[in-house]
Design a protein around this ligand. Sequence first.
Ligand SMILES: Cc1ncc(COP(=O)(O)O)c(C=O)c1O
Length: 370
Amino acid sequence: MKTIIPVTRSSMPSLEEYTEEIRELWDSRWLTNNGAKHEAFKAELTAFLGVPFAEPVVNGHTALELALGALGITGEVITTPFTFVSTTHAIVRSGLEPVFCDIDSKTCCLDPEKIEDKITERTGAILPVHVYGHVCDTSAIEDIAKRHGLKVIYDAAHTFGERVGEKGIASFGDISCFSFHATKVFHTIEGGAVCFSDPALSERIRETKDFGIRDEEHVDEIGGNGKMNEFSAAMGLCNLRHFHRAVQSRKAAAEHYRERLSEVEGLILPPVQSGVTPNYAYFPVVVDEKLFGKDRNVLAEKLAEKGILVRKYFYPLTSAMECYRGRFKPEETPVALRTAERVLTLPLFEELGVSGAEKVAEEIIRIKNA
Ligand SMILES: Cc1ncc(COP(=O)(O)O)c(C=O)c1O
């Protein structure tokens, strides 16, 4: 039987550890609505991320919508089309207009040199994404935002636990939003968090994730339901304990990819960002068809024939998706367009190991030379 190497696989605590963590829920019967696990997870998460406020929520998408609402953003939001569809949907579903800005070809994050051209009198915020765990040029973005009086919300879904120098990644911008989806380096099955330092936002975000309810008789906001349940919070408590182990194993696999693939002509490997402590969330490679001899699609198909599953992540651009057809011009972000046509993310997960990475690298080299 052919062994399959998936592109991702969720990290899990032992069954015993998780069972122990959820045992008391059978006594308390308190399964959601800011129960004991939620409160414990929130405290540990806040300390772990080193931010004044980290509010757990039901998923990363809701974190983005809550952030846009809490900051009262109106009008246009400058953002990237080279992301998971959630980033763009969150803007549109909040009644705002995404204005797509091109990306830097190395980091695949927003190119700060192109942001100012996109600012109009209707611009309310910049919503950059730390794609693949690559950190945006935060100082250039902060500088632009300050000069134009704009809010910055980071989609930090891929960067849990990263640091820039001594500063935790959750501290950037007015708000940083995380996804704790099952496929992320750190997960709570489904989940996310909204992180910020302004105390004035705290009550608003806590209320709007719970229908806007202040107390039994008072409803301040037209909120939705963004609450994280107790089973997810318990998974978060377990996975936080093992985060460093998960990152170390990913690091070993990612470094093996780098060692084996750096000399392969036609493969552009992800950048190593100086001063950044990465979490090895993804290992994207850009395939230069002329130099590699085969295009990205052929490489993906041939790997799949051998049971190695890769992803065209991110393809297509969100601005080119069916639901937005006719509304945006994907060709206005040519670097993003070209990257989306050539990129593949290789398998990377905690249990892949150096041996798994070796199998993938060996097969890529074999395909190139065939
Ligand atoms: C960049 C990005 N933004 C937003 C999300 C949405 O997060 P979630 O799936 O937790 O709703 C994801 C992930 O899944 C993502 O990768």
